[in-house]
Design a protein around this ligand. Structure first.
Ligand code: FAD
Length: 701
């Protein structure tokens, strides 16, 4: 089936009877712990191992999962727009913005940008497919991607999720077709992460049944808003709703910005944000609404799914708490975060494809082999060490994104209707976005360096990848702020009654509970209890002979870390409050522990997603392809443990000997991945035309 025969030893998987192959031998246990050398030893079983054949189409199908069709459609569309990658470097900023708009509109005409909208408005009616389409589009120019995200995901998504039938009927068909271009105007110069403190006001005027939109001061101007500087004719504006002198918190309204000729409407002032570090095909800008009250919109423009104002000026909402109402509204916009995380993983795939293929062509230094040839970069252990754990992590994040997309689809398609599913989705989306976008930043940088000076040339894509993905860590929620959200969810166990607790409320809440209560409420505690007994040798003997390549060992390590860190946060919060310290000060001091716990939680979810994916492979998947995925899964888990070895050692879960054994094992796994590397990146299915990089990977490289 198109696979290539290559030589790679299968993963040895000691003490893992439920693992997928039966060729395991316990290399770790066989080593005398006390006399282990500090350096890598040659791989004892690297020679004479059975060949592995990775079947690329099979692996691609595994990765593409349930949305293979839409992914194929977008992959087929992308090469027609490959020239945009060049235009980004050669056109003026103004021209490039127009070019990007033209591509977005062409794509809209094919329907592939509207998969998430109901069919009656020209959409595909499948939210999971819309994420898969976006993820695949991220193989191409990222200004195009972000413009698509702004128009259909943010602007259209806000109307769809926060609006009701009247808004859907009035706008969605035009949004889907691209006839009505719009903005998602939430952030202000003064406030980005703290959206509840926005300054823009929407005041209801019962005399005219209109809302008056005002920007009270300069710093309350909307800022960084995509589509604002040039193309947007309307915006979903987030503003403090004021009715009869009373504030009801942040709500969203549709506000026209420009006339048919593209001129700002009376009372609307717009300014270009100017050149950016990347994404210069997107026209980000600032918007102010005349403080004297020139900008008025009909009452019906309030997106009223969660709250409304009657004609005579009475505010109504089924959700009593203003905080909960606000978080419920934001929760419906979670798709944006899921999309950005997915795009981060795709950008990492592009970088890895280029760097690994380059490493298979580029030779440097003779190493005394008979043929007198210089050695391929990818045959250097260091090169493997730099690229393969990142390749493995990219596979892991891919699996985590797939789980997240599935959950998003279930919640938004009415398949999962319970409140807990929604809260878990929101937390998972926040955390996965953070990890996936940081993955992109890390992978792209390492791959750029792995391509040497050539990696620095714009034609080899890294310049744009770096510049365009950098902001993924910030928009759709700053990553650190998002991890704090994850931390809050962990500490309150996602209970709806605590959903509107702010940071200080969370501190006080946790401080009132016994630490054991906090832990017992968490899911990880139950998981840890389950797996403790499944550990080979029992949990107290982890440092001796349990299998290094046993996924249950990996999971137990990840779960132990998570549980311990949540407990540590709870303990610190409690101690701080009990000592009489102000709750704000306590939170500030414990914040880094909250982030660590949230990260540990997310790392556990990512690993579980990868392990589950491999364990769940269908019987039709050949053994070699399974083994290849096993290798990557082990490599990902062990690399993550190695990266945090100091913590595990500090907490008695890793001896020095075992830590060294893990490091050796990673080297061994890298050597085993080496012959498969070309196929493992081929399975990502990045269209050749989107790689560019002729000089690095082309025929004459
Ligand atoms: C290119 C681009 C496009 C964008 N597009 C849009 C758009 O179309 N629509 C829109 O509404 N917005 C958009 N944004 C805005 C974006 O969502 C915000 O920039 C983002 O939410 C961060 O807000 P901020 O810039 O105010 O940063 P801040 O909130 O000021 O954060 C700055 C730093 O402080 C840290 N920090 C903040 N709060 C805390 C805390 N409580 N504890 C510890 N640390 C903290 C953060 O981690 C961060 O490192 C865009 C931004 C950019 C750059």
């Amino acid at each position: 089936m198109g696979g290539r025969r290559v030589t790679a030893a299968p993963a040895a998987r000691p003490n893992a009877p439920d693992r997928f192959d039966t060729m395991a031998t316990d290399t770790a246990a066989a080593e005398p712990a006390a006399t282990e050398p500090d350096v890598d030893q040659p791989d004892a079983d690297a020679t004479g191992a059975p060949d592995l054949t990775v079947d690329v189409p099979t692996l691609s199908a595994i990765l593409d999962g349930p949305y293979a069709d839409i992914r194929r459609t977008v992959r087929e569309q992308l090469p027609a727009y490959a020239s945009v990658l060049v235009d980004a470097e050669t056109m003026t900023r103004d021209d490039f913005r127009e070019r990007v708009l033209a591509v977005v509109l062409e794509m809209a005409a094919t329907g592939s940008t509207a998969m998430g909208f109901p069919a009656e408005y020209g959409g595909g009616g499948d939210i999971g497919a819309s994420i898969a389409a976006f993820e695949t589009l991220a193989f191409g120019d990222l200004s195009v991607l972000v413009k698509v995200g702004v128009q259909f995901g943010l602007f259209g998504g806000a109307i769809l999720q926060l609006g009701t039938q009247r808004h859907h009927d009035a706008y969605l068909a035009d949004v889907v077709s691209g006839r009505l271009l719009g903005c998602f105007a939430m952030t202000e110069t003064g406030h980005g992460s703290n959206v509840q403190a926005l300054g823009t006001v929407a005041t209801y005027d019962p005399a005219t049944s209109e809302f008056v939109i005002t920007t009270p001061d300069e710093r309350s101007g909307k800022d960084y808003i995509g589509n604002a500087a040039r193309h947007g004719r309307a915006a979903v504006v987030f503003a403090q709703l004021e009715v009869a002198g009373e504030r009801h918190g942040v709500h969203a309204l549709v506000v026209p910005l420009r006339d048919e000729d593209g001129n700002p409407l009376p009372g609307v002032r717009i300014e270009d944000d100017g050149p950016k570090m990347g994404l210069n095909g997107v026209d980000n800008g600032r918007i102010w609404f005349d403080p004297d009250g020139t900008v008025r919109v009909p009452r019906e423009n309030l997106l009223n799914r969660f709250a409304d104002v009657t004609e005579d000026g009475v505010y109504t909402s089924d959700i009593e708490s203003a905080g909960r109402r606000f978080f419920t509204m934001l929760g419906t916009l979670v798709q944006g975060r899921v999309s950005v995380g997915a795009a981060g993983v795709s950008a990492a795939k592009v970088a890895l494809t280029i760097a690994i293929r380059h490493g298979l062509r580029r030779r440097q230094f003779e190493t005394g082999t008979d043929d007198g040839q210089e050695q391929l970069l990818l045959d250097y252990g260091l090169h493997q060490r730099r690229l393969f754990p990142r390749l493995a992590r990219t596979y892991a994040l891919h699996c985590a994104q797939e789980v997240l997309t599935g959950q998003l689809h279930d919640v938004f398609s009415g398949i999962a209707t319970d409140e807990e599913s929604r809260r878990l989705l929101e937390s998972r989306a926040a955390g996965t976005k953070a990890l996936a976008t940081w993955l992109a930043t890390d992978v792209i940088q390492e791959c750029r360096e792995a391509c040497g000076g050539a990696g620095y040339l714009s034609e080899n894509r890294f310049a744009a990848l770096k510049a365009d993905t950098d902001v993924f860590a910030t928009f759709e929620g700053d990553n650190h702020v998002l991890l704090q959200l994850v931390g809050k969810g962990l500490l309150t166990d996602y209970a709806s009654e605590f959903s509107d607790l702010d940071q200080l409320g969370t501190v006080r809440f946790v401080a009132e509970l016994a630490v054991e209560t906090v832990l017992e409420r968490t899911k990880v505690h139950k998981l840890f209890e389950q797996i403790r007994d499944a550990l080979p040798g029992g949990s107290d003997e982890w440092h001796t002979d349990s299998g290094l390549r046993d996924p249950d060992y990996h999971l137990a390590m990840f779960r132990f870390r998570e549980e311990h860190q949540i407990g540590s946060v709870a303990r610190r919060l409690k101690r701080g409050v009990d000592s009489g310290m102000d709750a704000g000060e306590v939170f500030s001091r414990v914040q880094d522990h909250v982030i660590s716990a949230a990260r540990a939680h997310m790392e556990r979810l990512v690993l579980e997603a990868f392990v589950d994916k491999v364990r769940g492979l269908g019987e039709d998947v050949d053994e070699d392809t399974r083994l290849a995925l096993n290798l990557l899964c082990d490599l990902h888990a062990l690399s993550a443990i190695e990266a945090d070895a100091a913590w595990f050692m500090e907490h008695g879960r890793l001896t020095a000997q075992r830590s060294k054994a893990i490091t050796r094992e990673i080297g061994d796994l890298c050597r085993r991945v080496r012959p498969l590397a070309a196929d493992l990146v081929a399975a990502f299915g990045v269209p050749e035309a989107m790689l560019r990089a002729e000089a690095l990977i082309g025929e004459d490289a």
